[in-house]
Every structure is written in structure tokens, then in C-alpha cells.
Design a protein around this ligand. Structure first.
Ligand SMILES: Nc1nc2c(c(=O)[nH]1)N[C@H]1C(S)=C(S)[C@@H](COP(=O)(O)O)O[C@H]1N2
Ligand SMILES: [Mo]
Length: 336
């Protein structure tokens, strides 16, 4: 594999640095779960150095022709946008491998057209959206959101999409529906992480996520079909993914094939893997540390190399305080 023979072709300059939050990423969990030895056998790097090399090893490769979308543009925010090149080359999409550069290198193998997204379960009107419906069924709008990963880095991304509540309203949830369960495509032939348990980080696929009904209906909750004005690159979850900006990034599940309304709290991938580290709610909360690192601050990924990136204070609900009322009677250190 590439990493075994990888020799930095650039001189180690400002990139030759990592920080504690990156060091303490989920690779440490994989190690705990016993995946490191096998990963090493497969030629996968582990630990901080993988992160360091990931950063500049690959230039983003967009294999798919991205289509321009028609949408209502957002008014600019005070946050500096993370450049397209970084949004599309530093990703978590474990179906294609656990390194940040794996999705950009491998996600082109996934075919997204034709596509089928089913909305069913406790609804009056089950719906199936085909590829063209994703971009045409609902008026599209741009939303500039901060994305805060549980690994303590963040980006600012101009998504294009529509509110999930519009789709759910069309499906007409029954009054018995209390939760919404989401499921990612699991196509073994196109996803190297599904063919090999070590490549896929030990996750039992499909990747699944869930929201409470009121969270799903909140106007901030977006179904994204594009970013930077064009259809989603595969590595960002083409052709349609969830974005919940007040929650840690792992809730924003990619490449959706099914949305099921249910009366029970659905199982969620990271909670299954490590329940003491990742909860169902996963609201961004600077006061509740991850068991292995602090969540008080984050590394904002902007245009610079690692030296130029700002370390900023993490905000409650990632700054989206309008969701606070959804949790007013809950102990958020217990329901993390
Ligand atoms: N299906 C699937 N969805 C996923 C993931 C994944 O591994 N598989 N990773 C999550 C994590 S941890 C993060 S931080 C975001 C990253 O989204 P981005 O790569 O578009 O920035 O996607 C989330 N959605
Ligand atoms: Mo994440």
C-alpha cells in the first residue's frame, strides 16, 4: 500500500506538526479495540503520523462531474469558509477507510446515479426519492454551517439542500413516530471498508444514525445534496446526507438510502462501538469532555497549514443556541 512506501516529497515545514486533539483521535479507540496490529500488517499507519501525512499527501481528486445546482444563496457569515479543497480532501467516511485521505482516494468507486432513498416506517405516505428527485423535488437553499467533529477539529461549509422537515411532512409521520432512523448505503463491491473489517475500522455496516422527532423537525436540520454550489462529491456523502450542525460530525450521516420513522430510539454506529465515549445525542458541549480528550476547544480548519489554523473555544451546541429548548429538562452530561 502507498503508505508503506510513502516518502514525503515535500520538506517537512509547518506541516511537520500535529496537536494533541489530532493525536488523540479515534485511532486510539481502534487500538483499544485491538485493530492496530492488524492494521499495521495491512500497511496502514496508525497514530499521529498518519494524521500528519494525511494532511498533505493527497490533492483532492474529484472523479465525478459535479453538477451546478439552482438554489437560494445564503448571506455570508462572519466565519471564514473552509476552502473547497480541504472540505473535499480531509474527510471521515469509514466505508472507504479510516484515514482522512481515504475517502478522496477511494469514494469515486461508489455509483450514485441511479439512487434510491426510501422514507418509510411509521408514516402515512411512504416515499421513494430517485436521483433527480433529490435536486428537484424541493426548492434548494444554501446554508453555511460550522461542522464540529468529535475529534476536536472544525470546518465552515456552505451546504446546499433542504430542511428534513419538508421531506418528513410529505411522508406524514404517524403520531406514534418518536424517532427517525437513518441508514447509509452498504455496497460491498464499491466500499473497501466493507470488504475488510480492518480497513473499515471494525464498524458493522451499514452506518446508522438517529434523531429524536423534534430534532429531525428542527429547521436547522438539513438534507444536503451539494456544497459550494454543486452536487456533493462522493467523499462528502453523495448524493444526499444529513447535516445537524449543533451535534458532533458523526451524527451527519452520509449517502443515505433509508429514513425510517420509529417509536424506539434507534441504534447508532458510534454508540454501538463505544457507548461510554459516544452517546445518542452527541450535542456539541465544551463542558463535557470526551473520556480521552478535552472538548473545550477545537482546531478550525481554514486556508492555512497546521500552524496557521486557529485554536478556538468550542461553543455550546456549536453556537446554535436556538436548539437549547429541545433539551431543557435533560442532564446533558448524562445524555451526552
Ligand atoms: N456513512 C458515514 N457517514 C459519516 C461518517 C462515516 O464514516 N460514514 N463519518 C462522520 C463523521 S465522524 C464526520 S466528522 C462527518 C464528516 O463529514 P465530511 O467528510 O463531509 O466533512 O461525516 C460523518 N458521517
Ligand atoms: Mo467526526
Amino acid at each position: 500500500m502507498a503508505r508503506k512506501t510513502f516518502k514525503p516529497s515535500v520538506k517537512l515545514t509547518e506541516n511537520d506538526v500535529t496537536d494533541e486533539s489530532v493525536f488523540n483521535d479515534r485511532r486510539a479507540l481502534l487500538k483499544k479495540l485491538g485493530f492496530v496490529g492488524a492494521g499495521a500488517l495491512l500497511g496502514q499507519s496508525t497514530g499521529a503520523h498518519a494524521q500528519l501525512f494525511d494532511w498533505f499527501k493527497e490533492k483532492p481528486k474529484i472523479d465525478k462531474t459535479l453538477e451546478a445546482l439552482t438554489y437560494d444563496a445564503a448571506t455570508p457569515t462572519k466565519d471564514t469558509l473552509t476552502p473547497f479543497e480541504k472540505v473535499t480532501s480531509y474527510n471521515n467516511f469509514y466505508e472507504f477507510g479510516t484515514d482522512k485521505s481515504d475517502p478522496v482516494q477511494h469514494a469515486h468507486a461508489m455509483t450514485v446515479d441511479p439512487w434510491s432513498l426510501k422514507i418509510d416506517g411509521l408514516v402515512e405516505n411512504p416515499i421513494t426519492l430517485k436521483y433527480d428527485d433529490l435536486h428537484k423535488r424541493f426548492p434548494l437553499e444554501e446554508r453555511i454551517y460550522r461542522l464540529r467533529c468529535v475529534e476536536a477539529w472544525s470546518m465552515v461549509i456552505p451546504w446546499v439542500g433542504f430542511e428534513l422537515n419538508k421531506l418528513l411532512s410529505l411522508a406524514k409521520p404517524l403520531s406514534s413516530a418518536k424517532y427517525v432512523a437513518f441508514e447509509t448505503l452498504a455496497r460491498r463491491s464499491e466500499m473497501r471498508g466493507l470488504k475488510n473489517r480492518f480497513v473499515g475500522g471494525g464498524i458493522d455496516y451499514p452506518y446508522v444514525e438517529g434523531l429524536r422527532m423534534d430534532e429531525a423537525m428542527h429547521p436547522l436540520t438539513l438534507m444536503a445534496v451539494g456544497l459550494y454550489g454543486k452536487t456533493l462529491p462522493n467523499q462528502n456523502g453523495a448524493p444526499i446526507r444529513l447535516v445537524t450542525p449543533w451535534k458532533y460530525g458523526f451524527k451527519s450521516i452520509k449517502s443515505l438510502v433509508r429514513i425510517r420513522l420509529t417509536d424506539k430510539q434507534p441504534p447508532t454506529t458510534w454508540n454501538i462501538l463505544a457507548p461510554q465515549e459516544y452517546g445518542f445525542y452527541a450535542n456539541v458541549n465544551p463542558n463535557v469532555d470526551h473520556p480521552r480528550w478535552s472538548q473545550a476547544s477545537e482546531r478550525r480548519i481554514t486556508s492555512g497549514g497546521l500552524f496557521n489554523q486557529e485554536r478556538i473555544a468550542t461553543q455550546m451546541f456549536n453556537g446554535y443556541t436556538e436548539v437549547a429548548s429541545l433539551y431543557k429538562n435533560m442532564d446533558l452530561s448524562r445524555f451526552y
